[in-house]
Ligand binder design. Structure first.
Ligand code: GLN
Length: 246
């Protein structure tokens, strides 16, 4: 029996009041609840505009948002805050960023008819608003198996030489509708276009993020298994529906 009593997981929710669309909040709930089901205390800290980045966060979550919301968030991430987030990743912290959040963790997001929004360059990636909005179900092949979610974005993301994708598109348009790749990964930091929320129906990915976060705080950690029958059924139902809809 793997023992977790006395352990704590600290979740940093970046810009939850501004960047939270298409069920993104569900990712914070999934991280928190799957820790608690194992007897791990979990604390969620909201980190909004003009608020400093605490230095003891294990897992960061950064949701999506419309162009107008991204303007203030992009400005707020410049300078020390963005540098501290990058430093936290260098020190092992985990990050899950979705869509608009993902775009602002790259070098830049260029919206339609507006000034380019600088990112922090955690991912070697640049996003530019395209002529068409990509909306629909998404399935990708990844190291966490098949992942399923929902995309709704005009931004087209192109990865640079030092970025690796999070997965390969099976259903949907992905980063840019051309190279068949979805998302980006750097150390324990992930970015992708999968709303939904993503984590409740993709438990392997949730546990990978929790493990990465706890490993930062406690050294090597193995998570006690959970009964994921419901999650697995939800995932396979969503994957079949996505495949039918393509
Ligand atoms: N505003 C960005 C875009 O349209 C991100 C949208 C989102 O987060 N869903 O691409």
């Amino acid at each position: 029996m793997i023992e977790h009593s006395g352990m704590k997981l600290k979740i940093g929710w970046l810009y939850g009041a501004k960047m939270n669309i298409y069920g993104d909040r569900g990712n914070v709930v999934a991280l928190s609840q799957r820790a608690r089901w194992r007897g791990i205390e979990s604390e969620v800290v909201e980190i909004g505009l003009n608020q400093p980045l605490p230095d003891d966060i294990d897992v960061f979550f950064f949701g999506g948002g419309q162009d107008q919301e991204q303007v203030a968030v992009s400005r707020d991430l410049q300078g020390e805050k963005g540098e501290r987030l990058k430093q936290a990743v260098e020190e092992g912290a985990a990050v899950l960023s979705i869509c608009g959040g993902y775009q602002l963790l790259g070098h830049e997001y260029r919206p339609h008819d507006a000034e380019p929004l600088p990112g922090i360059g955690l991912f070697d990636a640049v996003s530019t608003a395209g002529p068409e909005r990509f909306i629909g179900n998404v399935v990708i092949e990844s190291e966490w198996g098949q992942l399923v979610g929902f995309e709704n974005h005009s931004g087209l993301t192109h990865l640079g030489p030092s970025a690796s994708p999070m997965g390969k598109v099976v259903v949907g348009r992905g980063n840019n509708g051309q190279d068949g790749m979805e998302g980006a990964r750097y150390k324990h930091a992930l970015g992708c276009y999968l709303h939904g929320a993503l984590l409740p129906k993709n438990p392997a990915l949730t546990d990978w993020l929790i493990t990465a976060g706890l490993t930062r705080r406690y050294g090597d950690v193995a998570l006690a298994p959970l009964d994921d029958a419901i999650e697995q059924r939800a995932q396979s139902a969503a994957i079949s529906r996505a495949k039918e809809s393509r």
